[in-house]
Design a protein. Structure first.
Ligand code: NAD
Ligand code: ZN
Ligand code: ZN
Length: 346
């Protein structure tokens, strides 16, 4: 079968032919219907060998959806042909956090060498993929796998980030979204669906700002060194109640903390290497700065409920599996509006 692999440090991903996998006991084989392309892969593929925590080659793709193609020994409760999405941040299933569905914060995964598909385990950008346990599958029902698959990361990650900031986002509040790309354009819709906050979107790219306005941002701003002052001005000098940084680079983290108000949440989701200076006098009174990772199984169920209610509409650009390297190139160049989705089986 065809799979897209990251094969050598610093090299472009390659479309290769690999043996079709077989599901072991407890595992499920999926025929992949759609796989999303995330900027985290671009970041991982830019890391030096010392930083890379899994061996190469590895099949990419940590947003996956498919139909059940075969069941490993002992698996029941799934129909062959059933349409499912994959919960990606796999954990041990047994620790306290996993027991709460927070496998993204599994206490044992690192020790046990458990990796998410596409970020260490064989991923979704392939004709078939193996899922390690049925608890990592969510039935899609009538949801379209192509527009829903990005919700497993580009929806779940902002949802998790926003959910813990909800107490800040009361009527009259302002939420800032920095980076209106794959995650950011979903974050804007989630903020509109879940809160009465005024949503201000920042990006460096006019096309992204246009999309931000289309999906519900009340205001859009060019992300530059003046942006924080503009947010301050928009809020009568008070600053934003919550800032979500989907870039996480030094200049955006600086903007994020500079435009935050008292008792605000600054949530750094992007992995651009920036770090905030936090302390008395450096940040407004009681401003909390967090850097969360992905989301829980329960939260993914909640995100799918929102999708069923029509509250989120992911903008997708579609590619065949052979075009995956081009999709990554375009994402790297900032030329994907919304999310790139690969259709490995045409
Ligand atoms: P993307 O490329 O689709 O979107 C990034 C957006 O940021 C683009 O619209 C781009 O124009 C914009 N941007 C770039 N520089 C900017 C700047 N200086 N100011 C404002 N906007 C700027 O990427 P994505 O797939 O949405 O991922 C976003 C970030 O989130 C990446 O760093 C990714 O690695 C990270 N991520 C983190 C988690 C997590 O669990 N913490 C999960 C998924 C993705
Ligand atoms: Zn991702
Ligand atoms: Zn665990």
């Amino acid at each position: 079968m065809k799979a897209v692999q990251y094969r050598a440090v610093g090299a472009e991903p390659e479309v290769v032919d690999v043996p079709e996998p077989e599901p072991g006991p407890g595992q499920i084989l999926l025929k992949v219907s759609a796989a999303g392309v995330c900027h985290s892969d671009v970041a991982v593929m830019s890391w030096p060998a010392e930083q890379l925590y899994f061996p190469l080659p590895r099949t990419l793709g940590h947003e996956g959806a498919g139909t059940v193609a075969a069941l490993g020994a002992g698996v029941s409760g799934l129909e062959i042909g059933e349409s499912v999405a994959v919960y990606g941040p796999w954990g041990c299933g047994l620790c306290l956090n996993c027991a709460q569905g927070k496998e993204n914060y599994c206490l044992e995964a690192q020790k046990l060498g458990i990796f998410p598909p596409g970020l260490g385990a064989p991923g979704a950008i392939a004709e078939y993929m193996v899922v390690d346990d049925k608890r990592h599958l969510l039935p899609l029902g009538d949801l379209d796998p192509v527009t829903t698959v990005p919700l497993t990361d580009a929806g779940l990650t902002p949802y998790h980030a926003i959910k813990s900031a909800l107490p800040r986002l009361l009527p009259g509040s302002t939420a800032v979204v920095i980076g209106a790309g794959g995650l950011g354009h979903v974050a804007i819709q989630l903020l509109r669906a879940l809160t009465p906050a005024r949503v201000v979107a920042l990006d460096v790219n006019g096309e992204k700002l246009k999309l931000a306005a289309e999906v519900g941002a009340h205001e859009t701003l060019l992300s530059d060194s003046r942006a924080a002052q503009e947010v301050k001005a928009m809020t009568g000098g008070r600053g934003a109640n919550a800032v979500f940084d989907f870039v996480g680079a030094a200049p955006t983290v600086a903007t994020a903390t500079a435009c935050a108000g008292m008792e605000s949440d600054v949530v750094i989701v992007g992995i651009g290497g920036g770090a905030a200076t936090v302390g008395f006098g450096a940040t407004p009174y009681d401003c909390a700065v967090r850097a969360p990772y992905w989301g829980s199984r329960a939260e993914l169920i909640e995100v799918f409920e929102l999708a069923r209610n029509g509250a989120v509409d992911v903008h997708v650009e579609l590619f065949g599996i052979d075009e995956t390297p081009e999709a990554y190139r375009r994402l790297h160049a900032g030329k994907i509006n919304g999310r790139a989705v690969i259709l490995p089986n045409g």
